[in-house]
Ligand binder design. Structure first.
Ligand code: HEM
Length: 162
């Protein structure tokens, strides 16, 4: 009998004289339930909101040199993905909170600080879109990104504490 992948998670097949057994999942594979889907959506949206801002800010310098006219359309295209992701973060975050049990005061305080940073991140990104002054545009983008990184840090610390 051959095994593929790691012994604890993968499938078995037989070879040779005996008829092959269809792929069989081990009992040790963790199940994917609604909680897993909910956190997955939250994390996926976080990667878009935060990772997208990092990538876009990294691209602005090179684009300014070789194709300045592409910056505005690129930022607009990102906004079409980023704001729905932000909405998903709020919806899935609220959904997780609705299902949360009794938590410690430290957990609640961390969550409260996280909510403030979520607000700062959203306002920073919105100001960045609407402001015209390049310096203020840069400052608001930086505030939006740094606060979003803080949100990720606190989100992970909430999960680690749970
Ligand atoms: C910019 C917005 C947000 C970002 C980037 C963000 C990011 C994250 C990340 C990275 C985690 C850790 C996930 C893990 O390690 O499994 C997390 C967890 C969590 N977030 Fe958010 N989040 C955001 C907004 C929100 C909002 C608005 C709420 C509530 C209304 C919320 C509630 C939660 C909760 C309750 C957890 C813990 C989940 C658990 O215990 O499994 N988040 N967040």
């Amino acid at each position: 009998m051959l095994r593929s992948g790691s012994p604890s998670t993968f499938c078995r097949v037989t070879t040779g004289a005996t008829a092959p057994v269809p792929l069989v999942l081990d009992d040790s594979v963790l199940s994917i339930d609604i909680d897993v889907i909910r956190v997955t959506l939250h994390v996926l949206a976080a990667t878009i909101w935060v990772g997208g801002q990092i990538v876009l800010q990294a691209l602005v310098g090179p684009l300014r040199r070789v194709a300045p006219a592409a910056i505005a359309p690129a930022a607009r295209a990102f906004a079409w993905v980023a704001w729905p992701a932000f909405a998903v973060l709020i919806l899935t975050g609220g959904w997780m909170l609705a299902g949360a049990g009794e938590e410690s005061d430290a957990w609640k305080m961390t969550l409260m600080v996280k909510m403030v940073l979520v607000l700062v991140s959203g306002v920073g990104a919105a100001l960045h879109t609407f402001l015209k002054n390049p310096t203020l545009k840069g400052i608001s983008a930086a505030i939006g990104l740094v606060s979003a990184l803080g949100v990720v840090l606190l989100g992970v610390s909430i999960v680690e504490a749970g």
